[in-house]
Design a protein around this ligand. Structure first.
Ligand code: AMP
Ligand code: ZN
Length: 113
């Protein structure tokens, strides 16, 4: 079972900021900005490349919840960045799809040179 499925199953701890039937949001263990939260579907979808039409409801729901989670974190007004790393060139390390929310301070250039 992957590390994020273990978090979903409460087999390993996480600092959870939001949870419902379909998704979970928790603080990244190695934050890259003042606020760094990961939003995941509870369903194990390995990457963006594995999204199926049947995932529309889950992932639509996830997007609807992102602004609510940003508000909970107090970063909605100043703004934030969503990143979804995909595959080797995208720098994906954990193959359970996850949406990074970065903020709490200026995030910087969109990509490093
Ligand atoms: P990615 O490179 O997009 O696959 O990002 C994986 C992210 O998961 C990294 O930012 C890690 O710091 C984070 N991470 C790995 N293990 C954990 C964990 N147990 N709890 C919270 N975040 C984690
Ligand atoms: Zn998983």
């Amino acid at each position: 079972m992957c590390v994020f499925c273990k978090i979903v199953n409460k087999e390993i701890p996480a600092k959870v900021v939001y949870e419902d039937d379909l998704i979970m949001a928790f603080h990244d263990i190695n934050p890259q900005r003042k606020v760094h939260v990961l939003v995941i579907p509870k369903k194990h979808i390995p990457s963006v490349n594995d999204i199926n039409p049947e995932d529309k409801e889950i992932l639509g729901h996830l997007w609807v919840k992102i602004p609510e989670i940003a508000k909970l974190l107090g970063i909605d007004k100043d703004g934030y960045r969503i990143i979804v790393n995909t595959g080797k060139h995208g720098g994906q390390e954990i193959y359970h799809i996850h949406y990074h929310i970065l903020g709490g301070e200026p995030v910087g250039r969109m990509v490093c040179k």
